[in-house]
Design a protein around this ligand. Structure first.
Ligand code: ATP
Ligand code: MG
Length: 684
């Protein structure tokens, strides 16, 4: 662009630069891992702003809050590095106006602004997954749908079916047939359940995650209302487009009907969320949805050294995908990735920690190293060992901080103050008081509901004698919180004070839990309002208070542990993929159909492509059934089927010496090992 300084783009290659500076026609950037898609998107935002676009009229949709924050930082630094004097105005100061976040977070924000017309007002509270499950479950038992029928789908399954119907815009019948065949006997009961569930949420003025998209989608179906939302944004940009679902693409098509000012970025070979109704068709069919689309390709990989790139290319070559990408790198040298066979899970931790520390000694800090796994509990043994050796770590995608009981209790109090109709929070909060169980809690909720949800009504509620002492201060606290006059940290302090005795009485290690709540008080100062805090914490739950407050112990170095799903878009100098046994990768839980297996392969590909300089895949030979009282019960594993010989030859194969000579009998894919055969022959 003639009017902008060349220095702005000096760090981009020609393809990237063309994409970053392309005109307003619909733009699809489809390219392989590590080719700079996310980086190019950040440059495109910077370019638009430098050319005079108002950041407050740019919408940037990312896959996590973390990704949105990082993107914001990148845009800022790009603009700052371009000499300020050369830019026509001072855009950096306006950057905080940029609309960025996940679809759910942006939906939450827009619905508070435009939801009145849909009858949802601006004071709805957001249910997290487990709240939604609880609500669905209580509706289910009221309807007595599962009475005496042990095969009626469990609450998690019911919610998953519901969620699928919403996100894939599919009927209950089709979802049952295609995704939940074992529940196909219950279409009528499920429809009745979902209908009541929806009605209940509407009564309570609560929205669950799916509703944030669903209501947004419906907002966009009304021409007049849609026009209001559309008028907010000149530019809409979406990262990781391959993992969007039908509702999300429906929203985009209404937001930018002709695609002018719309940019989406993705990689069909990395689509890994179809289990949540994401569909790769969105990216494949983008050019048909938006005639006149420019398709930009990026072919140079900047992330990985050649030997790693060769190995990851070999993994994905086995998988049919639509857009072909010839990736090359100029990153010279580099070690072969390693495929390491270890004796068992304990040896895996030993070996892993040894390697991590070697890399630290060679100058790679812990922060630039990550251990990836298919399922959250796969890191249990490693976490124990890391703690024992005092190696700090942070885990992504694990048990969320907000799922901890004491945190849920505290937030439920704030949520009830925000929305007294929120019966799930009310039930939880009431039962914190001695002498109040589910039955009394229900009565108290009814009492409140018959008095227009004015919390003062509780002053006249006759509670059981065991609750007499705690009741008046509790009600007084709720009323004062409801007034919402206190600064947020003071509100949290009030809750903490009320909650301290409960914590002492009901939970183990109260000291640690108390500290969490103290931290929450500090963190709350960073939010502008209670509703903002509640919505944001629920929408993108942090893993720990440390995650909320920024990196743990700021100065210190820490290792990253992450599920593969949560590692999307990230990169590290050293990546270790653990538990690469068949059954883990692909997961036994996800090998129903050929399509499921392809998704697992792409997931494995996503894991491997996170590595810049060093990649190791670890395969424990033996798994012990530890809970068995019988002593050394174990079974042998097979290497993941995604590393057949023609792929694994791209790896350096390492066998970690074991005291027993198991390494003499290498386990081959598809063939039972010598030992297995011996054991199988034991009984003739
Ligand atoms: P993924 O598919 O995994 O999300 P991506 O295509 O989004 O990957 P980025 O994360 O944007 O890739 O970039 C990968 C790495 O390459 C980053 O470290 C980025 O800084 C670097 N990079 C991108 N473009 C260039 C370039 N032109 N010159 C040097 N480094 C680059
Ligand atoms: Mg990316």
């Amino acid at each position: 662009d003639a009017e902008l300084p060349d220095s702005l783009y000096s760090k981009l290659n020609d393809q990237q630069r063309a994409a970053a500076t392309a005109g307003d026609a619909p733009l699809l950037i489809v390219a392989g891992a590590g080719t700079g898609k996310t980086n190019t998107l950040a440059y495109r935002v910077a370019h638009l702003i430098a050319k005079g676009a108002d950041p407050g009229r740019i919408l940037l949709l990312t896959f996590s809050r973390r990704a949105a924050a990082e993107m914001g930082k990148r845009v800022r630094s790009i603009l700052e590095s371009a000499s300020a004097a050369q830019l026509p105005h001072r855009p950096v100061s306006l950057l905080s106006k940029l609309w960025s976040g996940t679809f759910h977070a942006v939906g939450n924000r827009l619905l508070r602004l435009h939801g009145q017309a849909l009858g949802i007002g601006d004071s709805f509270t957001v249910l997290d997954r487990s709240d939604a499950e609880d609500l669905l479950n209580s509706v289910r038992s009221e309807l007595e749908l599962d009475k005496g029928d042990v095969r009626f789908p469990r609450k998690e399954t019911c919610l998953a079916i519901y969620s699928r119907c919403v996100n894939a815009t599919d009927t209950v019948e089709d979802v049952l047939k295609n995704q939940f065949p074992w529940c196909s006997g219950y279409p009528e009961q499920l429809k009745k359940l979902f209908k009541a569930f929806v009605a209940r949420k509407q009564e309570q003025n609560t929205l669950d995650y799916d509703d944030l998209l669903l209501y947004w989608f419906h907002l966009m179906q009304d021409e007049e209302l849609a026009a209001g939302v559309r008028a907010r944004f000149d530019h809409v940009l979406v990262d990781e487009y391959q993992d969007t679902n039908r509702l999300q693409s429906g929203i985009l098509r209404k937001l930018k009907p002709d695609g002018v000012g719309l940019t989406v970025v993705g990689d069909d070979a990395q689509s890994i969320y179809s289990f949540r109704a994401a569909t790769v068709h969105n990216i494949l069919e983008f050019p048909q949805h938006f005639p006149g689309t420019t398709v930009a390709k990026l072919e140079q990989n900047y992330r990985s050294v050649q030997p790693i790139l060769s190995a990851t290319n070999a993994v994905i070559a086995e998988c049919p995908h639509r857009y072909n990408k010839d990736l090359f790198t100029t990153k010279k040298g580099g070690a072969l990735p390693r495929l390491v066979t270890v004796q068992d899970e304990d040896k895996q931790s030993d070996y892993l920690i040894g390697r991590i520390l070697q890399h630290v000694e060679a100058g790679i800090p812990l922060k630039k190293q990550a251990v990836l796994f298919r399922t959250s509990h796969h890191s249990d043994a490693l976490e124990v060992e890391l703690s024992r050796r005092n190696i700090p770590f942070v885990k992504y995608g694990g048990l969320k901080f907000l799922e901890a009981a004491h945190v849920k209790d505290t937030l439920a109090i704030l949520r009830l103050a925000e929305n007294p109709k929120d019966a799930i929070s009310a039930q939880r909060v009431l039962q914190l008081i001695d002498g109040i169980g589910p039955a009394v809690a229900k009565k108290a909720v009814q009492h409140l509901s018959s008095r227009h949800f004015d919390l003062k009504a509780w002053e006249s509620f006759s509670c059981p004698s065991a609750a007499w002492e705690q009741w008046p201060p509790f009600v007084a606290m709720m009323i004062s919180l409801r007034n919402d006059k206190l600064p947020l940290p003071d509100q949290v302090a009030k809750v903490r004070e009320f909650y301290a005795p409960v914590l002492e009485k009901r939970y183990d290690n109260p000291t640690v839990r108390k500290r969490d709540l103290e931290q929450m008080e500090q963190i709350s100062a960073g939010f502008t309002s209670r509703s903002q805090m509640l919505a944001e914490l629920t929408l993108d739950p942090p893993n720990s208070t440390q995650d909320l407050a920024g990196p743990p112990l700021r100065e210190e170095d820490y290792l990253i542990l992450s599920t593969i799903h949560s590692a999307k878009g990230c990169e590290w100098d050293c990546v270790y993929v653990i538990h690469a046994a068949d059954g883990n990768i692909p997961s036994d839980m996800a090998t129903g159909t050929a399509e499921d297996i392809e998704e697992e392969r792409r997931l494995f590909y996503v894991a491997l492509t996170r590595a810049k300089d060093f990649l190791e895949v670890l395969f424990p030979l033996k798994y012990y059934a530890k809970k068995h009282a019988m002593g050394d019960r174990h079974s042998y594993a097979q290497l993941t089927r995604f590393l057949p010989e023609n792929v694994s030859e791209k790896f350096e194969k390492v066998k970690v010496a074991a005291p027993e000579a198991v390494s003499d009998t290498p386990v081959r894919v598809g063939q039972p090992s010598e030992v297995k055969r011996k054991i199988a022959a034991m009984f003739g």
